[in-house]
Design a binder for this molecule. Structure first.
Ligand SMILES: Nc1ncnc2c1ncn2[C@@H]1O[C@H](COP(=O)(O)OP(=O)(O)O)[C@@H](O)[C@H]1O
Ligand SMILES: Cc1ncc(COP(=O)(O)O)c(CN)c1O
Length: 436
């Protein structure tokens, strides 16, 4: 756990038993003994897919697992094959067990599945800046169980933080045409809409119109908005979208959003108030709640941390009035170990993960934020290690799965519409995503 930057959550630790039905049923004990840990099994979960990451294998391999791990792993292949999305990639693969050269732990080798991870689109996941491509392909669709339709609000050569960038910006008309197609087929019912980077005001206004319509179709639809506008650089805020987008976000977009995930700079310009202290940050979040959203998460800030300058602070706030009229309020403060590099697109990843985890923990913002921050920490660390040549590039799937719960079997049938950007199909080296 320490190696994977996870903390044992005493209230909710999840264990997964992998293996055939027969093999799982034969394990009738309510206690799972793993090295020095004993976990009580309360809720059975079915493994709809599995991902094996050598980095996340138990060290040392527990000898008290029953049946032993080497025996379990080949048994999971039929389950992988059963997953419609994975089947084409593992049809011809003969599972082999081999021992990790460094730690001697048993690993399952799935050659064709690995190939999937190596294709350029998927590998872009190591660049957090290319998130949407992979969110669709791996993270949400296959791993987290959402069915995602993506719309590329822009298609750029690279992140706009670079000196130069080229590409196309989708217009409101083009978005409307796409949406019309969905409507004509009667497939415009979504559970979630997530929006990220956009740089055209009329496009944003069209997004708002569409969300209103989608909310009529499904009154429970949750709109998660990452109001991507700018960031701090050397202590000064700067916009990386045209400035006239700010009033559109303030007056039209944020009011229809249920969850917003600004960074500190974006929170300040939306609220029209600086946050130099935690008290001011809470006031900023209250101002943002007053604009509409029930949930506000400030993904990063430079507020001082009690743990020292190597930590960044993220804040969360939930404010909702329940059906019986009572006001529920929850504030969360997370101190996140800083990695000494600048990452791009982490905001995208944070928002997407938060959407997924608030879905699993609808009444527990703290848990959703913890799991989200844990994933981010894992990913930025592996990204920086990869950029520094300390880790091979193929860490992708396990990085996402290893820390989370094993109970993603109940998520079928959800539909999510992502309006984000597609940037850079080109180079896949992690250096592209890390600016020192
Ligand atoms: N240098 C870093 N070190 C550790 N975590 C980081 C770092 N940069 C980003 N993150 C993670 O990514 C999350 C979102 O980052 P943030 O910079 O707020 O996104 P953006 O400005 O892209 O919207 C943070 O909450 C944190 O978990
Ligand atoms: C083209 C572009 N520019 C800027 C940003 C903002 O990036 P960041 O998450 O690094 O703030 C994004 C978000 N992915 C983007 O797609």
């Amino acid at each position: 756990m320490n190696a994977n930057i996870l903390q044992l959550n005493v209230d909710e630790t999840e264990a997964i038993l992998l293996g055939s039905r027969q093999c799982r049923l034969s394990y009738d004990s309510d206690l799972l003994n793993l090295s020095s840990l004993s976990l009580g099994l309360t809720k059975p979960a079915c493994n709809l897919g599995a991902w094996f990451d050598p980095q996340l294998s138990p060290h040392p391999v527990p000898d008290r697992l029953s049946p032993p791990l080497p025996h379990c792993l080949p048994l999971t292949v039929p389950y992988l094959r059963r997953s419609r999305n994975l089947r084409p990639y593992i049809r011809h693969c003969s599972p082999q067990l081999f021992k990790c050269p460094s730690c001697q732990s048993p690993q399952l080798h799935l050659p064709q599945l690995m190939q999937l991870l190596q294709n350029p689109t998927v590998r872009t996941f190591t660049h957090t800046k290319h998130f949407w491509d992979c969110f669709d392909l791996l993270c949400v669709r296959q791993v987290l169980g959402f069915e995602v339709d993506t719309v590329n609000s822009v298609q750029f050569s690279n992140h706009t933080g670079y000196d130069h960038w080229t590409g196309q910006v989708m217009t409101a008309n083009e978005l409307h045409t796409l949406y019309d197609g969905l409507k004509l087929n009667g497939v415009n019912r979504y559970d979630y809409v997530l929006t990220g980077y956009t740089r055209d005001a009329s496009f944003l206004e069209m997004v708002v119109d569409i969300i209103r319509e989608l909310k009529c179709q499904n009154p429970n639809l949750v709109y998660v908005c990452d109001p991507v506008m700018g960031d701090q650089r050397n202590g000064d805020g700067y916009m990386y979208v045209p400035e006239h987008l700010l009033p559109v976000y303030k007056e039209k977009v944020v009011p229809v959003a249920d969850i917003i995930t600004p960074n500190q700079y974006e929170a300040e310009i939306l609220a029209g108030k600086k946050m130099n202290t935690e008290k001011e940050a809470l006031e900023v979040m209250d101002l943002l709640h007053a604009m509409g959203p029930e949930t506000v998460v400030i993904t990063s800030s430079d507020l001082p941390s009690s743990l020292g300058k190597d930590y960044l602070i993220a804040l969360g706030s939930l404010r909702k009035i329940k059906a019986d009229g009572t006001l529920v309020k929850e504030r969360i403060r997370m101190e996140i170990p800083k990695v000494d590099a600048v990452f791009v697109g982490t905001g995208d990843l944070f928002t997407a993960m938060l959407l997924a985890w608030t879905h699993t923990h609808p009444n527990n913002l703290k848990m959703a934020c913890e799991k989200t921050a844990s994933a981010l920490q894992h990913i930025v660390r592996r990204t920086i290690n990869h950029a520094r040549g300390k880790e091979p590039g193929m860490w992708v799937g396990g990085g996402m799965l290893g820390w989370g719960g094993g109970t993603w079997d109940g998520w079928g049938g959800l539909h999510c519409w992502v309006v984000g950007c597609r940037v850079g199909w080109g180079g896949c080296s992690a250096e592209g995503s890390v600016r020192h």
